[in-house]
Design a protein around this ligand. Structure first.
Ligand code: SAJ
Length: 416
């Protein structure tokens, strides 16, 4: 059997490598020649623990190769981006391009799986885009379980946590939604090769909504925690202590407030629901707005600290601890910490020190004569205002006496 993985990014490459490590021949396809060259030389272009070893082993043993144009295979797994376009509308252009690219090499008996997080109805659109190119073979029809088409099409959304991808690919239960029941069953046979957990079958629409709902559930729950942080601030209550106490209740489990919600999933996927059902998704939309507004609250706190110091900003040094979207990773995409640092940069402080142990260069958008990357100890000593934005492990072990006399804005409760 040959499996072709279309899109060799954060999901596609680990999936390709895991399949190859199960002695399945994998052809990885990507539109970026540099990505292909890197993989074919046994290296990787993303950071994910353990992935480099898996990829270089797979290459050495001949189970994995990367190419720019799809070739014939038995299974095609599509793991391309589905970003937010203008007006928070889903951009499905990469899925459409993938459909058009694989259509010419499709053969009777092939299975096509969409892994990308997608709005409801995308797997049906994918089927339609392929059908438009290939009138000589038959494709399944949603809800028609009596028709055995030449090609099977299913949606199996990825659900892995960055940083734990290789483990979660194998250990997480999978939701598999077929265009028809037969498609779902065929897809399950593939996942059972490497998934050691349950593969639960449903239809493609349910699987699409299921993935969006999982991330929206988390977004709404984080928004609740973020709202509590605003309420507590107004009422002079320590929100971290409040949540810890409330969580003593057997049926309460409040998440942690922060500077906002980042990453390319939780801050994006709820919009896919609100785009499809705008009038029915008020809570989901409000949660997005609450989370997106949290950086402004942090900026207000900084302004209050400036007032408390009683000097001009041009005489004040400020440090931002962390820039990534969550702890102990180097990923700055959609990071609220980065957004806050950018806002601070424009506030005219004498110096903005950035401490981000997981990167070695200042992001280009932050470059300015008043901005520098600094070590943790040095920045703490030199600063008047300390803004903790990401709870990276090294920040937890500070002697709290070193913070005395400084204005502290701890958005993660690390020192509370
Ligand atoms: N965050 C908080 N408070 C919390 C938890 C998280 O502010 O209590 C923030 C984080 O700091 C971060 C953001 O939320 O900015 C998202 O981080 P995360 O660790 O919750 O999730 P992601 O985006 O890394 O991965 C999510 C996961 N989804 C769920 O947990 C429901 C993962 O399983 C998905 O596969 C992934 O999205 C995806 O690809 O969709």
């Amino acid at each position: 059997m040959i499996v072709s993985v279309i899109g060799l990014g954060y999901i596609g490459l680990p999936t390709a490598a895991v399949l190859a490590s199960n002695e399945i021949k994998v052809i990885g396809v990507d539109v970026n020649q540099q990505t292909i060259d890197t993989i074919n030389s046994g290296r990787i272009h993303i950071i994910e623990p353990g992935l480099d070893v898996l990829v270089s082993e797979a290459l050495k043993k001949g189970y994995l190769k990367a190419v720019i144009k799809p070739q014939k295979a038995d299974v095609f797994m599509i793991a391309v981006p589905t970003p937010l376009g203008n007006g928070n509308k889903p951009d499905l252009s990469f899925v459409k391009s993938a459909a058009k690219a694989i259509a010419p090499v499709l053969e009777k008996g092939n299975l096509v799986i969409l892994e990308s997080t997608s709005p409801v109805g995308t797997t049906e659109k994918l089927t339609m885009w392929m059908r438009d190119e290939r009138s000589d073979i038959s494709f399944p029809e949603f809800g028609n379980n009596n028709f055995l088409a030449d090609i099977a099409v299913a949606h199996c959304p990825e659900r892995v946590l960055p940083g734990k991808v290789l483990r979660e690919l194998i250990e997480n239960n999978r939701i598999i939604g077929g265009i028809s029941d037969n498609c779902a069953r065929q897809a399950k046979d593939l996942y059972k090769i490497f998934v050691h957990a349950d593969c639960l079958l449903t239809d493609s629409r349910t699987a699409e909504l299921c993935k969006l709902v999982e991330n929206s559930f988390r977004d709404v729950n984080i928004a609740f925690a973020n709202e509590l942080s605003l309420i507590s601030d107004k009422l002079g209550v320590n929100v971290w202590n409040l949540i810890k106490l409330a969580n003593q209740h057997p049926r309460v489990n409040i998440l942690q407030p922060g500077p906002g919600v980042g990453g390319h999933c939780i801050a994006v996927d709820p919009w896919f629901i609100s785009d499809s059902a705008p009038n029915e998704s008020k809570l989901i939309q409000t949660a997005r707005l609450v989370n997106d507004n949290k950086p402004n609250f942090v900026i207000d706190k900084i302004n209050k600290s400036v007032k408390a110091i009683g000097k001009n900003r041009s005489d004040i040094k400020i440090v931002c601890l962390g820039l990534s979207f969550k702890p102990d990773i180097d990923d700055l995409r959609e990071s609220p910490a980065l957004e806050i640092a950018l806002k601070i940069r424009l506030m005219g402080f004498s110096e903005l020190m950035l401490v981000e142990p997981n990167i070695s260069n200042i992001p280009s958008e932050l470059k300015h004569e008043s901005v520098c990357l600094s070590s943790f100890e040095k920045a703490i000593k030199a600063s008047d205002i300390v803004v903790l934005l990401v709870d990276h492990t090294p920040f937890k072990s500070i002697d709290l006496n070193e913070l005395s006399g400084k204005q502290i804005i701890d958005t993660r409760g690390t020192w509370s």
